[in-house]
Design a protein around this ligand. Structure first.
Ligand SMILES: NC(=O)C1=CN([C@@H]2O[C@H](COP(=O)(O)OP(=O)(O)OC[C@H]3O[C@@H](n4cnc5c(N)ncnc54)[C@H](OP(=O)(O)O)[C@@H]3O)[C@@H](O)[C@H]2O)C=CC1
Ligand SMILES: Nc1nc2c(ncn2[C@@H]2O[C@H](COP(=O)(O)O)[C@@H](O)[C@H]2O)c(=O)[nH]1
Length: 326
């Protein structure tokens, strides 16, 4: 891989506008059997999403993936979502007890609409086996598998039956994988998304490293169908992380799924805990994301996400920030 770059190194080049108002631009995306308002999903992490927020998102046509860190609650969650006629979307791991859990779902004919296999190193036989198991026993479930960072991994997981793959090893705000292991896509995540998406025949979800709403448009340009976002969602009223008052200012806790705080022990720790600024309601952020993405689509010269996929771009390494540093 040569010429690697990341989000801040790229700017998209505008094309002639074809809409009279940004409100004409359609930000919706179809993943599997359902269409969602935005190509954005909050990260399946314990300080980002919980059952209540999942319900709110689903009821308002946003995609969500419930995390897997309270495994015993998953079955009743699926039932409740089905009772409310909302999509059910859960996460699973790959350990033996997960197979037992899935068998019990099959016995009760409880098929989640979406299942995400959520593992640090998704290019593994354990993930391939889990994809095959789900597809054999619950063929109707849309399977998202990850995380990966290479075209080989994308192809292998797709060949095993994955309906989408999730790309990103270590680019996240609370990731310390690069520091702890020397591996990952941290620092070149956008190039990795491009590399993987070129090999993919199914949707790719760009996971980690999104710091601005413009990064969503850039991800789409480089081949992602959707983006997974953690830190930008962790600071809301509805975010499950603890609220902290530091010197009179409100913050929310945000910790990695492989952090000591999540695991309850110092074993294979690849994540840390930080605080992020409290920023009001998630509804407002989703609305702002939609408006910003509509505006991005208008700059692309299109009227839907498709318009973003073919715009020109320039590499602006070491960009000078004109007051827009975040
Ligand atoms: N996107 C990212 O960059 C990263 C995300 N994470 C997040 O942290 C959480 C915990 O992840 P994870 O530790 O995978 O989950 P688990 O602790 O549930 O591990 C799942 C299984 O995979 C095995 N495993 C995990 N990593 C490796 C590896 N590098 N090589 C071989 N086997 C491995 C584990 O065995 P054993 O523990 O014995 O090795 C275990 O059997 C997940 O939610 C994940 O998404 C974590 C790191 C990076
Ligand atoms: N290396 C680690 N990656 C992690 C951990 N917990 C979550 N994650 C990944 O980060 C993204 C969110 O990234 P952000 O930049 O939007 O904040 C999340 O979806 C996971 O893929 C972890 O402990 N270690």
């Amino acid at each position: 891989m040569e010429n690697v770059f990341d989000y801040e190194d790229i700017q998209l080049v505008p094309s002639k506008c074809i809409v009279e108002s940004r409100s004409e631009c359609d930000t919706s995306v179809t993943l599997g059997k359902h269409t969602f308002k935005l190509p954005v999903v909050p990260a399946n992490m314990q300080t980002v999403v919980d059952e209540e927020l999942s319900r709110k998102l689903a009821a308002n046509q946003y995609f969500y993936i419930m995390h897997r860190f309270e495994p015993e609650k998953r079955k009743s969650f699926i039932k409740a979502m089905k009772d409310e006629n909302l999509i059910s979307s859960i996460s699973v791991g790959v350990k033996d007890e997960e197979y037992k859990f899935l068998e019990s779902l099959v016995e009760e004919a409880l098929t989640p609409d979406y299942m995400t296999i959520d593992i640090a190193h998704g290019h593994s036989q354990a993930v391939i086996d889990m994809i095959r198991f789900i597809k054999q026993h619950m063929p109707e479930t849309f399977v998202i598998a990850g995380n990966v960072g290479t075209p080989e991994a994308v192809r292998e997981l797709e060949n095993a039956g994955a309906d989408a793959t999730k790309v990103g090893i270590g680019p996240g705000k609370v990731c310390i994988t690069k520091i702890k292991t020397g591996f990952g896509t941290g620092g070149w995540q956008l190039a990795a998304v491009r590399w993987c998406a070129k090999a993919a025949s199914k949707p790719v979800i760009a996971d980690g490293g999104i710091r601005t709403h413009g990064d969503i448009a850039k991800s789409i340009r480089f081949g992602a169908s959707m983006v997974m976002v953690g830190s930008l969602f962790a600071g809301h009223e509805e975010s499950p992380g603890e609220t902290k008052d530091i010197d009179g200012k409100l913050y929310k806790e945000y910790f990695g799924s492989a952090s000591e705080y999540q695991k309850g022990e110092k074993k294979n720790v690849e994540g840390k805990k930080i605080v992020v600024e409290h920023k009001g309601s998630v509804k407002d952020t989703l609305q702002e994301m939609e408006q910003d993405l509509q505006s991005a689509i208008s700059y692309s010269g299109g009227n839907s996400l498709e318009g973003l996929r073919h715009v020109d771009y320039v590499v602006v390494k070491n960009s000078i920030f004109n007051g827009d540093r975040i």
